[in-house]
Design a binder for this molecule. Sequence first.
Ligand code: GLC
Length: 503
Amino acid sequence: MLGIHTFMPRSAIVKSPVLPYSRDAICGQASPAALTALCPLHPTLSVIKPIAMSSAVNNPAHAWFPNARYGLFLHWGPYAQYARGEQVLIREMLDQRAYAARACAWNPQKFDATAWARAAVAGGCRYAVFTTRHHDGYCLWDTATTDYSSAKQAPQRDFVREYVDAFRAAGLRVGLYYSWNDLRIPALYAGPERDPLGWAAMRDYVHAQVEELLTRYGPIDMFWFDGAWPRHALDWDSPGLVARMRELQPGMMINNRLAEMPGEKIHDPTQLASPDEHGVHEVDDRGDFGTPEHHITASASRLWESCQVTTWRLWSHTTGDRWRAADQWLDMLTDASCKGGNLLLNVGPTADGELPPEWLARNREVGEWLRVHGEAVYGGDLTPCDVFESTLLGGRQVRRGNTLYVLCRFWHGGEAIRLAGLDADITRATLLGSDAALTASHDAYGVTLHGAPATPPTALFPVLKLECAAEPRALATYHPGLWGGDPFRLHAWAAARGHGFNA
Ligand code: GLC
């Protein structure tokens, strides 16, 4: 049935047995009163309010996530044939039937999930998120809910199974991206008020698909919702669906794109046109982690993961978008990791299933850097810190216990590296990936490292590793940063020359 979708009633979907389910584990610290205040109509809202504001990891099963730091986002589907982004259907308002016909004929010959997984590992990624269904509604798994899928149409393959099996076998955590919306369906736009039956079928269709994804492929580490627009959380019954998902996969992480509550204004559609677009549905208080999109903004109270493109703007394979350089990838990764968050960095494989050569080259560079410098990036035990003036190094600082890492984005090539404002008893100073023996000398205003090579050991970001006898701190002259605080603390430094205007 070319291009025709069929809805199956929810009851027709085989359910797996209910797994142990702890309401306490799900609801975290949110008080019933606070939940009722937020939504008196819907008591199960608590299932999408699991975040305690005091601690980043609320569920020990999620500890892998801050340790992993770096994930691969894979946007792939029949839209890759257009090479103009994953939203080409609506952005160009294409003819629905022509799009569906082309989607059904899509038959990638070069998709090799094992090769993708190998590339992810080579690039230093520790997990991945794969588009099981994007806004165009085409399913990349063998679903019983529709024939609009890779299993029923030309490929006759379950791409989700291939992905999950290959990535898991490669030792990677597996995540599934799923779009709430399916832009083909008129009821999405009519909503429950104008089309109650159509809407109920749409909602049940979504719930049934999510249930399939969570019952057919073994343990899933992460579920990555997107695109709840234009409907709100109660239309989708996202609280009910999340409760069911927690039953099916208790350890799985769920992102925060769980739709607005009625009356909430989280998603501003006008932002979609803005060049510095902030992502949609960045809800701070639900789901297991935040998803800042196209920007890297730390959250002090919860796990978070910035999602970014490796080109300039679009997510799926595109001709004509521009590639970011490897140092820009690393800039994003180290910005996120040094702020205590994750980076989910995207690639859009070609319509035929290949990873673009531009992406492979940069991926290799970053992966090689991570093999040598990964100890300064991976690990939930790395703590953001700011204990010296590192602007001239383009430096990012992060600490593990008493060890301070300085990730230098600029390398001036001088023998001496000045770390003004640092108060640290350095027992060992090394430059990762080099055998340069660095020595440290101290004065009233900081530390100077000697013995730095003119040529750094990496074309990307050299990393100084400073092992200290105690936790490295900022001298009073630096704290709280050079240009803040009481200016008089810098007076003695200036007065050392005298008070006159002559040399
Ligand atoms: C936005 C886009 C969507 C993309 C997603 C990735 O929500 O609408 O196409 O998949 O960002 O975060």
